[in-house]
Ligand binder design. Sequence first.
Ligand SMILES: C[S@@+](CC[C@H](N)C(=O)[O-])C[C@H]1O[C@@H](n2cnc3c(N)ncnc32)[C@H](O)[C@@H]1O
Length: 291
Amino acid sequence: MARVTVLEAIQRSTEFLAKKGVDSPRLQAELLLAHLLKMPRMKLYLSFERGLAAGEVDALRELVKRRGQREPLQHIVGSTCFCGLEIAVGPQVLVPRPETELLAERGWRFLNEVAARGGRSPSALDFGTGSGCLAIALASKCATAEVCAVDVSAEALELARENAERLGVAGRIRFVQGDGFGALAAAERFDLVISNPPYIPSAEIGTLQPEVRDYDPRGALDGGADGLDYGRRLAAESASFLKPGGRLMLEFGDGQAEALRAIFQQQKWIVEAMVEDYTHRPRFLVAARTE
Ligand SMILES: C[S@@+](CC[C@H](N)C(=O)[O-])C[C@H]1O[C@@H](n2cnc3c(N)ncnc32)[C@H](O)[C@@H]1O
């Protein structure tokens, strides 16, 4: 069989992925090959003429086939980058999204302010931690933060703990399995409650792209009939878990900002900010208590 070069392998894989309806097929093909050859993607550009060994061609074909079946790239390579941290992912957790990085950053900035003002360790609760990405980012970027990470899924928590251990912050994160605030002692208080909860309306899940619909856990997506079940729950239940001066930061879905503003105002919150994501859509709110 004729020798296949890096460039040819990229071109063939790109064609195949495009036919399967995968977004950005060339980028995806390059990322899969870079993963296989254990080299940074940009280094492929210096290796276009390199011949692939038969074993490498077979292995690439297998990876590209999986991606063509719409398995997320992050599941195939086993991890994603979140706030500069390598977070392992798998079928038991939602793949962390770039827009959630903005929520994380707002969170750690707030915790660093609390630490600077109060001269003490700030505390945070991550409601629905999944892979642990938010809890780990807070603990990594605020050196004294103590974080409690809750999830209803034991499998997700196991992976979150492994991520925290590998990234050296497990000592400041307490992992708790259970149903939201019900898993915590009533007397617990935090400076920050942060959450990226399930927020897709149940009937919309079937319309999502296959990478999300078929591979993210349903329990990480389904926000009830209007997608606002968790927003309502956080508005009603989180206030008594906040320290004076504390903040709630909550991610939400497209078109949910105004409904959530009304829900929070009804429950005696001041909505301080509706923060937009990279596509200029409102993506998370920052709220404080009026009393
Ligand atoms: C959208 S995912 C977010 C994961 C991660 N925080 C992120 O931003 O990528 C929501 C998470 O909430 C968890 N969850 C759903 N219902 C819950 C509940 N009642 N109590 C605690 N966690 C819950 C799910 O298991 C899932 O891991």
